[in-house]
Design a protein around this ligand. Structure first.
Ligand code: CA
Ligand code: CA
Ligand code: CA
Length: 688
């Protein structure tokens, strides 16, 4: 601000206090802005402003400031593909402020299908609640101090997400931002605000490379943690070893040094884990990991104090400890696929059942999106098509005593998927489907079909179509092949745009449609292929009076003699499931076989066939879920089993050897169906 009555100003600027104090003779200026140009890192600069009021020059005080250190910024790891695996490039980014648009972060990286993980530390200037904001296209996840604040790992255009955390002035906190770009535009920006911090990009001066230990596991503040956790953390940039502190007294952990009883020893680089043994129930533990490198004068880098609280019940498995390293989920939960290489140690050929656990496409090999507690659950695919049951079995290390503290109930949380296609009651068909659309040059939908030779018709009453999008579609289709770009004719009912008659008349070609608005389910649809190869779509309010969509005429589509004919549903929203119901389905012409076949076209879609679900202890004591269709419950559901049910089958509850989860008839395997289940939070509780 200009001094009272001043007319012009003279600025003196430099990195030497005496020079700036004694300088004279610079040109005066009228404005009150001075741009010193680019400055050096981590350097103190001095400046002085003199005011001239026609009569006199009033010499100003000398002020100073210090620029951010060269460590300012975060470490950016850039990966090919969207799953943070195929590392291409590592660099220091001064801020996270990228608007790549249709471009890419680096010539080494394509404009689409890449991912990035930024790690660093962020220093708080105030003891306040901070809000962190991501602006991203596409998916993003943010952790601060090991706490996940943002989880939006989905395709989308520019979207702002936010999360809050309490920070303490002068402390630094680990920062991890994960990001992926699928296709189209690409943006990644990180902002913050607090009551004393206007919302802005997090400045370089507040960011440093990750020199401290970070990403604590269990996450800082976690509750219901199992009594035998393995503590893990991420490595500081310059560390060659780690010093671990662990105990129940927060202050003692904060103040501990290598002479304290809380000091648990040193871990070498590459061994970022600590096993504290069996812990008490319902107790809060504190821990700290200092990063060490004796040749670096800044060492040790003292870690933050983290905490977690153990559960007030026994945790058999919460699936939080599995990773893509030494603790892969299928090493613990044996399935039909097995692991390893024949002839080398740690090989398991598989248990001969139709079960497959885990997910090789996620960073932890566990399910990370559909979870009940924490961040991970166990996906279990079952396939009982060839006289099989499907089972995954865990050999227990702890807990084996299932009578500790009088626990009497085994609790398992599970989630299945709806059926893709089911006839119930007879003549009523319920279908579920995801998929982007049946449109353009390729389709994503579920198709229930038979084969038609030559001319024929299909009629159906569309009872309902869930409104997952105004352009979700349920109707009748005749299709040349089961490929996504197949020629077809389709007559459907939408939730928002009426009845639609559409065709693709060349393979992998464009789609065309005409619609009749003002129509919603329940409504009838019919599709006809005549002997000359012309297709006509009709709709009807009552199944008696049939109308063609305005301005449509029969369309010639040259298809093979043998085609597919059936029911088609798309949600018009990838990853979202649409349910539709049909009745009065009738097909005329030369059709075979009598049974329906259904499959997802152009995309994978979850769909579970009903199979009985069971838990087995010690391989032979089996308890089934009451609901034979439990696999088709698509919300997280708690399953309580009285432990007496196992004791009655001869299990010694003081020393349980194995627990298995399965689908199918374990004792008398039948030809059955397939699907995917999710399991989480297997616990032993006292419950009366
Ligand atoms: Ca792109
Ligand atoms: Ca994009
Ligand atoms: Ca979990």
């Amino acid at each position: 601000m200009a001094g009272l009555g001043s007319k012009s100003h003279t600025v003196y600027f430099g990195d030497n206090f005496d020079d700036v104090t004694n300088a004279v003779g610079n040109p005066s200026r009228a404005n009150t802005i001075y741009d010193p140009g680019p400055l050096e890192f981590n350097k103190t600069y001095y400046w002085r402003v003199d005011e001239f009021d026609i009569f006199n020059t009033h010499k100003g005080d000398v002020w100073s400031f210090t620029t951010a250190g060269p460590g300012g910024g975060v470490k950016g790891n850039y990966y090919r593909g969207t799953d943070l695996r195929d590392l291409v490039l590592t660099r220091t980014d001064p801020q996270i402020n990228f608007s790549w648009g249709g471009g890419s972060p680096d010539p080494l990286i394509n404009v689409d299908l890449f991912s990035a993980r930024w790690t660093g530390e962020v220093e708080a200037a105030f003891t306040e609640t901070y809000t962190f904001y991501t602006m991203s296209d596409d998916g993003v996840r943010l952790w601060v101090d090991g706490q996940q604040l943002i989880d939006d790992w989905n395709d989308h255009g520019d979207i702002e997400n936010r999360g809050k955390i309490d920070l303490v002035a002068g402390n630094t906190y680990s920062l991890v931002l994960e990001y992926y770009e699928n296709v189209g535009g690409a943006t990644a920006q990180l902002r913050w605000s607090s009551p004393s911090t206007p919302k802005a990009l997090i400045p370089q001066a507040a960011l440093t490379l990750p020199v401290k230990s970070g990403s604590p596991h269990p996450p800082n503040g976690a509750v219901d943690v199992k009594q035998t956790p393995i503590l893990k953390w991420s490595v500081g940039e310059d560390a060659v070893s780690h010093q671990v502190y662990f105990g129940t007294d927060q202050d003692a952990i904060r103040n501990a040094d290598t002479g304290s009883t809380e000091y648990k020893g040193t871990k070498a680089l590459g061994s970022e884990s600590y096993d504290p043994g069996e812990l008490e129930w319902n107790t809060t533990y504190y821990w700290r990991v200092d990063e060490v490198n004796d040749v670096n004068p800044d060492s040790p880098w003292v870690g933050n104090v983290w905490s977690f609280t153990t559960a007030n019940f026994l945790v058999v498995d919460d699936f939080e400890d599995y990773d893509a390293g030494e603790n892969q989920i299928w090493y613990a939960w044996h399935d039909g696929l097995g692991y390893g290489t024949p002839g080398t140690p740690d090989y398991f050929a598989g248990n001969g059942t139709g079960a497959a656990v885990g997910d090789e496409t996620t960073p932890s090999y566990t399910e990370e999106t559909i979870v009940h507690g924490g961040n991970q659950s166990m996906p279990l695919s079952y396939n009982n098509n060839i006289l099989k049951y499907s089972e995954s079995e865990l050999t227990l290390t702890y807990p084996r005593d299932w009578t500790e503290k009088d626990v009497n109930t085994l609790t398992i949380w599970f989630r299945g998927n709806l059926a893709g296609f089911v006839e119930e009651p007879a003549g009523t068909y319920t279908m579920t489907a995801s998929g982007t659309d049946i449109w353009d040059t390729a389709d994503e939908f579920r198709y229930a079909f038979k084969q038609l030779s030559g001319a024929g018709t299909i009629t159906a009453q569309v009872l309902s179509v869930e409104n997952t999008n105004g352009w979700a579609k349920a109707g009748v289709m005749i299709r040349e092949t089961l490929e996504p770009g197949s020629k077809h004719a389709f007559m459907d009912i939408t939730p928002g745009y009426g009845a639609s008659s559409q065709v693709r008349n060349t393979t992998d070609g464009t789609s065309f449609q005409m619609s009749q608005t003002g129509i919603t389910a329940p409504y009838w649809v019919k599709l006809e292929r005549n002997a000359a190869g012309y297709f006509t779509g009709y709709y009807s309010a009552d199944g008696v009076t049939w109308l063609q969509v305005q301005d449509t005429t029969p369309v010639l589509i040259s298809m093979s003699q043998n085609v597919y004919i059936g029911l088609a549903v798309t949600s018009h929203s990838a990853g979202v499931t649409c349910k539709a119901e049909f009745s009065n389905v009738k097909i005329t012409g030369s059709v075979s076989p009598p049974m329906w076949t259904h499959q997802a076209i152009g995309a994978t879609m979850p769909s579970n066939d009903p199979e009985p679900m069971y838990v087995a202890l010690n391989g032979s004591a089996v308890v089934y879920h009451d609901n034979p269709d439990a696999a088709q419950i698509d919300t997280w559901t708690k399953w309580n089993i009285d432990l007496q049910a196992f004791a009655d089958q001869g299990v010694n509850l003081t020393n349980v050897n194995t627990i298995a989860i399965g689908l199918g008839d374990k004792k008398n395997p039948q030809t059955g169906g397939s699907g995917t289940m999710y399991f989480d939070d297997i616990q032993l509780r006292f419950d009366r």
